[in-house]
Design a protein around this ligand. Structure first.
Ligand code: GDP
Ligand code: MG
Length: 433
């Protein structure tokens, strides 16, 4: 999308005002780009119509570069369309019940575990209820997750009645002092009547204060149709977009929000229990615009490590002074935080660079070795690293010249993206708390 957008914007570059003609051409490009990012065609058209109006309205502001202003308008518009603010889930009742629904394989069970883990870390007493009685391994899957995160799982392995399991789970929570019950349900490969009826019955028997619809963001247009059907039957409260760690561009977020008019509340970005984030419309707008999700990364980093360190790194990123020492420090922290690939995908420029690579924590050994072989001066200012220094570093770290070159190139790209984001932020395009 970024490429297409850049191309669209180039049309505007050099012109000192936004005229009708180039706005029309640019909005058309933006529309095509949105459709490429999995945004529903009708939705994309509505969006670009609005953007065009706004862009034409702002003709007077000839002082700013029109191309950048156009991006700013697109970003603001996408943010507003996705709800503007992050929305929390409703936790009401004793115990509060959260019902999880969606198709099979969408990521319900994984998400149930992640949500339980998140709530537990907030100091809440949580119970997981295993109400998928169709897949033989479903109960075990939830039990394994429960064990991993230290949350009790309620199940009845011999029961064939999901409604009564859900009711019993709620009663069990009350008895054992659990304040929140997360009810993981079954899903079919496609929407079917039996499944819909069952979730509806569970809903009316345990009266959840929050119903979350879980949807795989990789399914593109289908995601929208499934969301529509589930919403008609369940009138859910919020959406969870999963598998955003893959190639999905997030266009589904826009379409779902537009078509069912329900807020997206969480995004799931990996198989690890830590890989769950609240949904922030402005960050998703940036992601859709192909800029990477640095803010989420910084936020998750803050949870996992020393807040001062995060602040220091954030400040350096903003001052365009991020160096190899910071990079090395972050690598160490990242290794503690969960799946490395999920996290790297959020760094602008890194996602695409590493897309086809197999990455695990061991993959960092050569990178770390390279950085360790740099002098303090080189780490602070990589620009001084010339050919002979590269050779020395490669020799010292037992890597090849090419590996050193690659790392320097990626690092440079990363810094460029950070710089770009900083500039846009100064223009007010990205709002940061
Ligand atoms: P359910 O059938 O809806 O309960 O789906 P599961 O929770 O069992 O997930 C189906 C598959 O998707 C499993 O292999 C999960 O590990 C995987 N999965 C779930 N969420 C994510 C995610 O956010 N990212 C990735 N990459 N995989 C996920
Ligand atoms: Mg499941």
């Amino acid at each position: 999308l970024q490429d297409k957008l850049n191309k669209a914007i180039r049309t505007l570059k050099g012109k000192d005002r936004i005229s009708d003609i180039n706005v029309a051409a640019t909005t058309k490009e933006v529309r095509r780009a949105l459709v490429d990012a999995d945004v529903n065609f009708k939705v994309a058209k509505e969006i670009t119509d609005k953007i065009r109006e706004k862009a034409l309205d702002q003709k007077i502001l000839i002082a700013v570069e029109p191309g950048q202003m156009f991006v700013k308008i697109v970003h603001e518009e996408l943010t507003a369309l996705m709800g503007g603010q992050a929305e929390a889930i409703n936790i009401k009742g004793d115990p509060a019940v959260i019902l999880i629904a969606g198709l099979q394989g969408s990521g319900k069970t994984t998400f149930s575990g992640k949500l339980a883990y998140m709530l537990k870390r907030q100091g809440r007493q949580v119970l997981l209820a295993a109400c998928d009685i169709y897949r033989p391994a479903a109960i075990d899957q939830l039990k394994v997750l429960g064990e991993q995160i230290g949350v009790e799982v309620y199940s009845e392995p011999d029961s064939k009645n999901a409604v009564s399991i859900a009711q019993n789970a709620v009663a069990h929570a009350k008895k054992s002092g659990k304040k929140i019950v997360i009810v993981d349900t079954a899903g079919r490969l496609a929407v079917d009547e039996v499944m819909m009826q069952e979730v509806e019955n569970i809903k009316s028997s345990i009266k959840p204060s929050e119903i979350l619809f879980v949807v795989d963001s990789m399914t593109g247009q289908d995601a929208v149709n499934t969301a529509k059907t589930f919403n008609e039957r369940l009138n859910f409260d919020g959406v969870v977009l999963t598998k955003l760690d893959g190639d999905a561009r997030g266009g589904a977020a826009l379409s779902i929000r537009q078509i069912v008019d329900k807020p997206i509340k969480y995004i799931s970005t990996g198989e690890k229990m830590e890989a769950l984030d609240s949904f922030y419309p402005d960050r998703m707008a940036s992601r859709i615009l192909g800029m990477g999700d640095v803010l989420s990364l910084v936020e998750r980093a803050q949870q996992a490590f020393d807040e001062d360190e995060a602040k220091r790194i954030n400040a350096k990123m903003r001052a365009n002074k991020f160096d190899f020492n910071d990079f090395l420090g972050q690598l160490q922290q990242i290794k503690k935080m969960g799946n490395v690939k999920d996290l790297l995908g959020m760094i602008p420029g890194m996602g695409s660079a590493m897309k086809d690579m197999e990455i695990d924590n061991d993959s960092f050994k050569p990178i770390e070795a390279i950085i360790h072989s740099m002098t303090p001066k080189e780490r602070e200012n990589p620009d001084v690293i010339d050919g002979s220094r590269k050779k020395r570093i490669a020799g010292g770290s037992g890597t090849s010249l090419q590996q050193v070159n690659n790392l320097l190139k990626q690092f440079d790209e990363m810094r460029k993206m950070m710089k770009k984001m900083n500039t846009m932020e100064k223009m007010g395009k990205l709002k940061v708390k």
